[in-house]
Design a protein around this ligand. Structure first.
Ligand code: ADP
Ligand code: ADP
Length: 229
């Protein structure tokens, strides 16, 4: 099955008559590097909530990893679809980096040896082994973001969605992050990145989804980025 199949999905927030998503349809095959683009308010965050089971579409259908999920089963979906939110401070809460990255797998009730192994792997992949004993709160923004990604990675998800991961990073940190994304891709993880960064999108993505005012304006290759949108 495809990683993600969205069929004519719409979504309205309770108490609001504005449709945050309107009749959106697209398919993402497994392993395809996708960027989700569009101005603020386009519906990117709303779409992400549908893709990790936090919300269900008001109409239409969302299938992730071959299944429709409800808000009740969404908890299990979130073990398989990790989301890295824009602000790492929203995702970091433990007293040490190691504890923070261990939180998810420990919560799954995995044996401690397995937790330790996952944490070590995630820290290694994100290049932050030397931060393991540090308090995440005293780290730089770029380092916090890596900790947040490591925490998601430790869940061993099949899909990772990152919301504006390049924001506020200097060029060197962006390059490092892009290299890390490619490493995650190499592990077989399907990646979707919500971003305003056209240069990154053009260089990195295999597929582009362009949202505006809740509608999917276009879905295709990075050639889209050179059209007038
Ligand atoms: P983006 O992530 O692309 O900036 P969003 O998905 O956050 O877009 O927002 C899409 C639309 O839904 C916007 O019109 C926004 O104002 C509205 N919206 C977002 N969150 C809520 C909410 N919690 N309640 C009501 N409307 C919301
Ligand atoms: P790195 O470890 O990647 O070098 P830095 O802490 O140096 O990360 O931050 C990179 C950029 O992000 C800098 O331009 C900095 O001003 C900005 N930045 C740092 N912390 C924040 C924050 N909490 N919110 C917004 N921007 C931030």
């Amino acid at each position: 099955s495809a990683a993600i199949e969205v069929r004519d999905a719409s979504y309205s927030y309770g108490g609001s008559n504005i449709e945050a998503l309107r009749g959106v349809s697209f398919t993402i095959e497994r392993g395809v590097k996708t960027v989700l683009m569009g101005p603020n308010g386009a519906g990117k965050s709303t779409l992400i909530s549908l893709l990790n089971g936090l919300e269900e579409p008001s109409s239409g259908e969302v299938q992730v990893l071959g299944k429709r999920w409800t808000r009740e089963s969404g908890m299990r979906l979130r073990q398989r679809v990790g989301v890295v939110y824009q602000d790492p401070d929203d995702q970091i809460f433990s007293t040490s980096v190691e504890e923070d990255v261990a939180f998810g797998p420990r919560n799954l009730g995995l044996p401690e040896s397995e937790v330790k192994e996952r944490v070590a792997d995630a820290l290694r992949t994100m290049g932050i082994c030397e931060l393991r004993g540090r308090s995440p709160f005293e780290l730089s923004y770029g380092q916090k973001r890596r900790v947040a990604i490591a925490g998601v990675l430790a869940m061993r998800p099949e899909i990772i969605i990152l919301d504006e991961p390049m924001a506020f990073l200097d060029p060197k940190s962006r390059d490092d992050l892009q290299a890390m994304l490619d490493e995650l891709h190499g592990l077989g993880i399907t990646l979707m990145v919500a971003t305003h960064d056209v240069d990154f999108a053009a260089e990195w993505a295999e597929r582009v989804l362009l949202l505006k005012e809740g509608r999917l304006l276009a879905a295709g290759t990075t050639d889209l980025l050179y059209d007038d949108a």
